[in-house]
Ligand binder design. Structure first.
Ligand SMILES: C[S@@+](CC[C@H](N)C(=O)[O-])C[C@H]1O[C@@H](n2cnc3c(N)ncnc32)[C@H](O)[C@@H]1O
Length: 411
């Protein structure tokens, strides 16, 4: 029975387990050089037949990775082979070897004539224990392009392919960056794609949550200022509970987990419960949000230091650990987080302790997102401008001469 044209282009995909099995390679040029590493990695018992070889192939023979018979093909070479790669530069030898393969029922790949072959080599790639093999039935460039897209997607997590076996147990504490979904790390995105449970903050790349498959449980740990509040203890308990249930848990936090993120409290709680924890750093809003609004936190000849300060309690509050008078005496940049509501009191204490009231100030709300907004003021006017412009958290406030450097766009 003659196969139909469509069937003739359709290969049956299979993964050959070649460890310890005889594979004959005829020819030792560029094609063999490209294919041999995969055969070696598969543990094949490789017999290479060729009068000459490229230096790389020769090195494989010298390293004992294959046996090299320095001569042309002769009938009988495929005896005992499970698989053959025919890639000599002698068309007659290729024909003869191909006929021998057919007669001995040895699957054979041919470099010179794909239609005469009984097997095709897919474009292959590997990522994180996954082998990707692509056949397009006669378009090797397309096969390679699809392979590259899939491998790249697996590497960076844009292609969700969660592990169901051999998963690293425990919790991944992932810094999600300031909000733009492109500003999470490659590792963070991959772990997110593999998660069963994601416990997410209000800040960070929330758009990525929409991309998660429906079976993923997303728990909102939003700590909205003056609004709903999930106690840290409840977050810790949820992390432990889901990890103990064998779930792949991602704790997705805004910015970097260890910059005003209570990340170490979660690490300690997990350690106390005997649960492994992986920390994936993130891009902190303290640097990236000013940067996205055109403000460098340092600039040659302007600022040789920057200090990141939490404004979540006002100056003078007994709970405050910040030495505001000392900060007022510094020349460098101050980056204030969680300070929108207290900017008036903060500006006052800085001016009272020596900072110039004309020091430039920029307030950047919802930096790196589509809603990003920047307003400029001085220490003397900051509170008034913030109120007049209706600035709301989250915002980063930058105090210092760096605010005035660079091109004026974005202000
Ligand atoms: C609890 S802190 C967490 C900081 C975070 N761990 C980091 O490294 O960016 C929250 C504060 O970060 C700042 N923030 C975070 N994301 C922001 C964004 N996209 N735009 C402006 N400010 C942001 C705001 O000051 C907000 O009140």
């Amino acid at each position: 029975m003659n196969p139909s044209a469509a069937a003739d282009r359709t290969a049956y995909p299979v993964g050959l387990r070649l460890a310890g099995r005889r594979v004959v390679v005829l020819g030792a040029g560029q094609v063999a050089q490209r294919r041999l590493p995969g055969l070696i990695a598969a543990g094949a018992d490789i017999v290479l037949v060729s009068p000459s070889a490229t230096p790389s192939v020769e090195a494989m023979a010298e390293a004992g990775e294959l046996r090299w018979e320095r001569r042309p093909y002769r009938p009988g070479d495929l005896d005992g082979a499970w698989y053959a790669l025919i890639a000599t530069d002698d068309a007659e030898a290729n024909e003869a070897a191909s006929a021998e393969a057919e007669q001995r029922r040895v699957w054979c790949v041919r470099s010179d004539d794909a239609q005469a072959a009984t097997a095709w080599t897919p474009a292959t790639g590997r990522s994180e224990g996954v082998t990707v093999a692509v056949l397009t039935g006669g378009d090797p460039r397309r096969s390679a392009a699809v392979r590259d897209a899939v491998v790249e997607g697996l590497r960076n997590g844009t292609l969700a392919a969660p592990r169901h076996r051999d998963r690293a147990p425990g919790v991944a504490l992932v810094g999600g960056g300031p909000g733009d979904p492109d500003l999470i790390t490659v590792r963070g995105r991959r772990l997110l794609a593999e998660a069963d449970v994601v416990i997410a903050d209000r800040l960070g790349p929330r758009d990525l949550l929409d991309e998660l498959p429906p079976h993923v449980e997303v728990i909102d740990a939003a700590k909205i200022p003056y609004g709903r509040y999930m106690a840290q203890e409840a977050i810790n308990a949820a992390l432990i509970e889901h990890a103990r249930a064998g779930k792949a848990v991602v704790r997705l936090k805004g910015g970097d987990p260890f910059v005003f993120g209570r990340g170490m409290e979660e690490v300690e709680a997990l350690a106390g419960a005997g649960i492994p924890c992986t920390v994936v750093p993130g891009i902190s809003s303290s640097i990236s949000v000013p940067g996205a609004a055109g403000i460098p936190v340092t600039h040659r000849g302007v600022a040789h230091e920057f200090t990141v300060v939490s404004g979540h309690v006002a100056p003078g509050d007994p709970r405050s650990l910040v030495d505001w008078p000392a900060l007022a005496r510094l020349r460098g940049t101050l980056v204030l987080l969680m300070a929108v509501e207290r900017i008036g009191a903060i500006a006052d204490v800085l001016v009272e302790n020596g900072r110039d009231p004309l020091t430039p100030v920029a307030v950047v709300q919802e930096g790196t997102t589509a809603a990003q907004r920047r307003v400029d003021a001085t220490l003397a006017t900051a509170a008034e401008v913030v109120a007049a412009e209706g600035i709301r958290p989250p915002a980063v406030i930058v105090v210092g001469d760096v605010v005035a450097v660079g091109p004026a766009q974005g202000r």
